[in-house]
Design a protein around this ligand. Structure first.
Ligand SMILES: CC(C)(COP(=O)(O)OP(=O)(O)OC[C@H]1O[C@@H](n2cnc3c(N)ncnc32)[C@H](O)[C@@H]1OP(=O)(O)O)[C@@H](O)C(=O)NCCC(=O)NCCS
Length: 213
């Protein structure tokens, strides 16, 4: 572990640094937030969100994402028999028109039988509606699915060490820092470190646990 990386992830494990407060209080979205499964016709919206210049650098997306690439990816991910869960969040724009502004997914972490209980997580929200509850709504839906329906015992992810917003969001849902990947990905010409974070099912269900209830 590099001297640069070690203190940072140790500090995160200890709960430091404090997450900065937003410059202005978050304003609620007037019509609320709807979360639903993604559809093939969400390709354009997903390309817009994941390709946004303020969002893409925080992900592992290749640059120049386009709608066609997302159509192909959605067709693969949403095919029958796949265990991926891909959700989108909609809010009201221009009056009462609902528009997709965020997405989140759980994807099998490995093809190995012995890691069937593990899924990887990804999430992104358009910058103009960030810090208004969209990410939280998506995370809540993903964790509910994982805990109550999806047979998921461990959710894992990697997040760049400078992504304060995402790290705070994950910590709020019980994710803990497990380590630091050095030089995890190339981002705009620079190799950047990422924290390994994971959340274990808080109360794994057991067969027979509801007897006598
Ligand atoms: C991370 C991300 C998904 C959060 O989505 P969001 O809709 O802004 O999040 P919410 O408004 O629901 O905020 C939920 C919590 O996350 C944390 N959070 C979100 N934005 C934050 C910020 N700018 N600074 C500090 N904490 C932040 C807070 O704990 C917040 O709770 P609070 O508002 O009660 O304090 C969003 O910033 C994003 O899409 N970033 C770019 C893509 C990305 O980084 N994806 C993750 C890759 S690992």
């Amino acid at each position: 572990m590099s001297p640069r990386c070690r203190p940072r992830w140790r500090a995160w494990r200890a709960g430091w640094p404090n997450v900065p407060e937003p410059e202005r209080p978050p304003t609620p979205l007037p019509g609320g937030i709807r979360v639903r499964r993604a559809r093939l016709d969400d390709a354009a919206a997903l390309a817009q969100i994941m390709g946004h210049p303020w969002v893409a650098p925080q992900l592992l997306q290749p640059p120049l994402v386009n709608e066609e690439a997302w159509k192909a990816r959605l067709a693969e991910t949403l095919a029958p028999g796949k265990s991926d869960l891909l959700l989108v969040a909609e809010v009201q724009r221009d009056g009462d028109r609902w528009a997709v502004v965020g997405n989140a997914g759980l994807h099998p972490a490995s093809a190995a039988v012995r890691r069937r209980h593990v899924m990887g997580l990804g999430i992104s929200v358009l910058p103009d509606v960030q810090r208004r509850g969209v990410g939280r709504a998506l995370m809540q839906a993903l964790c509910d699915y994982a805990d109550r329906w999806g047979q998921v015992l461990r959710i894992e992810l990697a997040v760049y060490t400078d992504n304060v917003a995402a790290i705070a969001l994950y910590r709020g849902f019980g994710f803990e820092v497990e380590g630091c990947h050095r030089g995890y990905a190339l981002r705009d010409g620079e190799y950047v470190d990422a924290l390994a974070m994971a959340r274990l099912h808080p109360h794994p269900p057991r067969i027979g646990s509801s007897e006598g209830a």
